[in-house]
Design a protein around this ligand. Sequence first.
Ligand SMILES: C[S@@+](CC[C@H](N)C(=O)[O-])C[C@H]1O[C@@H](n2cnc3c(N)ncnc32)[C@H](O)[C@@H]1O
Length: 390
Amino acid sequence: MFSFHVSGEVIISQEPYVCVPNNSSSISRCDGCFASSNLKKCSACQVVWYCGSNCQKLDWKLHRLECQVLSRLDKEKRKSVTPSIRLMLKLYLRRKLQNDNVIPSTTTDNYSLVEALVAHMSDIDEKQLLLYAQIANLVNLILQWPEISINEIAENFSKLACNAHTICNSELRPLGTGLYPVISIINHSCLPNAVLVFEGRLAVVRAVQHVPKGAEVLISYIETAGSTMTRQKALKEQYLFTCTCPRCIKLGQFDDIQESAILEGYRCKDDGCSGFLLRDSDDKGFTCQQCGLVRSKEEIKKIASEVNILSKKTLALTSCGNHQEVVSTYKMIEKLQKKLYHPFSVNLMQTREKLIKGYIHSSILCLGCSIIPVGNLNGFLVTQKMQSNP
Ligand SMILES: C[S@@+](CC[C@H](N)C(=O)[O-])C[C@H]1O[C@@H](n2cnc3c(N)ncnc32)[C@H](O)[C@@H]1O
């Protein structure tokens, strides 16, 4: 048994058993390192991209098999090969390579770890089951391996849903999806003692506080900056369990109500007051729990609808690549949200996060302002003042 004393200390790290970049019609990434520039498409299958011969060579044993199955498909069918279908194909192809001793198996890198993952087959609803069966059918058609059944593939899709991880870069932009069977053993807490980050494709679990000898290492599967209801809903929907962590068991208690109202509720009408608001019993407005001022529902609705219109505008602007306009629209949203939400509101924080990402994207990050994002800890964007040049 180990104990981890220092915040930031690495507890465990693992390379993915399988992973795929989140390629779409608008963005392609290298299958090896997820880079998005200088890419060349595999000339045989016309599906997979590489940034150069290094990544292509490293991936060759697995891609040789994948390339064979993808090359059999006609052009239209190849378009239906989504990243999740590719992840499933790679899972079976890697198992085959290890069974045939083409690539080695180790205690932390073998298919039996995938077999042991929780699938929740008896907890998922019929609609979801049907969806898994349909996509499993497609995988079956592509692979043409009579020894694997549609049921088994569907079960593996269910496993991926509650065990696979989104691989993000240091700016927390999603790059791809990976399955890390050892990391998947780690359970969730809304008050975690560790965090999962990615260094390229490598998944690294780091302590965020002292983890005493024998204590369970717990990470958060979801954005922790949310009300208990929001967190519970997200965990139930994707991971099919009810969290009973120290934060969740406080549901309905004063501390929990206060935290939820700060994170997701409105601000006091008085700019100088930092109180949190609760809905009045007659449902006509919201009263500040510190100074007693009331905000009407109508006033709140009006600002919220202006925010809504601007948010839709950012979607349209983003899709046509107008990043400068995106940034100025987020600035307007931030101004309105400052009037609407509590200063520690998640919505406000998310807008600021998008604003900073927008600055980076449109390359107008003003070094004079000296603010750069350095990470996201427990869902809060941490910023760091850059040292001014001597
Ligand atoms: C990635 S797996 C974690 C490992 C899993 N406990 C196992 O034994 O294989 C995710 C699943 O673990 C369970 N789980 C994780 N954290 C939990 C928690 N705090 N309370 C209850 N179940 C949890 C849920 O069933 C969830 O879908």
